[in-house]
Design a protein around this ligand. Sequence first.
Ligand code: GDP
Ligand code: MG
Length: 328
Amino acid sequence: MPTNLPPEAIEAEARYRAAKSVAEKIASLEEFISTIPKHKGTDKLRADLRKRLSKLKTTPQAQKGASKRDSPFHIDKEGAGQVVVVGPANVGKSALVAALTNATPEVADYPFTTWTPTPGMMPMENIQIQLIDTPPLNRDFVEPDLLDLIRRSDLILLVVDLQTDPVQQLEDTVALLEEHRIVPCHLKDRYAEGRSPTFVPLLVLANKNDDESLDENFDIFCELLEGDWPLLPVSATTGRNLERLKRIVFERLEVIRVYSRPPGKDPDLSAPFILDKGSTVADFAGKVHQDFFEKLKTARVWGSVAYEGQMVRRDHVLCDGDVVELRI
Ligand SMILES: Nc1nc2c(ncn2[C@@H]2O[C@H](COP(=O)(O)OP(=O)(O)O)[C@@H](O)[C@H]2O)c(=O)[nH]1
Ligand SMILES: [Mg+2]
């Protein structure tokens, strides 16, 4: 235990040691952790305490009182999709979320700076996509709530560090997820039907690909990997490929943007409705209003597949960018 802790941390620690119930222990330990100054000298202490806190939180006594909704890992979906940024420590997860969204997670060159998830919104053209920065995934302690968050997400961005053994990082992380029955969609064929795990779309980000001099690292990484992986080299520091990343994330979410056109008016092109790919005019009507869904007679569509203002039926399948006028 370092002796240079500030008085409030020493007091908080005393309260933690005196705590009797699990709830008291959790509250006082959280306070203790928050009073410890963040620097390299306290790194190990804070990591140890966080592990202890995570363990406390998973005890039956802690789970009984607290509802799932109170967990910092329970994050309501916002925008066009919920995307979790996961991977080992120090690969640049927080730096990427900071570069792509309005969130400001802490970025630092020592592990375990992030220990609760931080959501932020990433603008992509005229929509927003939710990105969530997460604590590192490692074998020492896997937070069950983190696994639930990953399982519920619409897309996993698995970040590896192109400059430090990315193959090992990728393999370890995917193995860990698979042990907890979370499997990248593109490996679906390996699983027999029946007792199937949760399949989640996954994209690997080879981060720290700062400039051309590192492209060779990326080529070697690709060669060493077994099988085909959806990969993108990026750099949180120099911004390399981040615009492409936004577009690819949007495409991997498999959603479309549809605009409503009130009869006789112009559509509001800044406020699309988000629908799953393959949605029909009837699905769109249901999103706009239940009344439309029930009373819809016909609709007119402007877009790339339908002609300008073409009359369509309820079961007409919509495309990204379509403008729809509903008629009841
Ligand atoms: N060269 C380089 N360093 C990066 C990049 N992204 C993050 N880093 C550095 O890597 C370290 C860890 O970053 P952080 O975002 O805290 O990693 P996390 O533990 O995965 O959240 C920090 O020192 C960052 O400045 C990048 O694209 N290029
Ligand atoms: Mg982090």
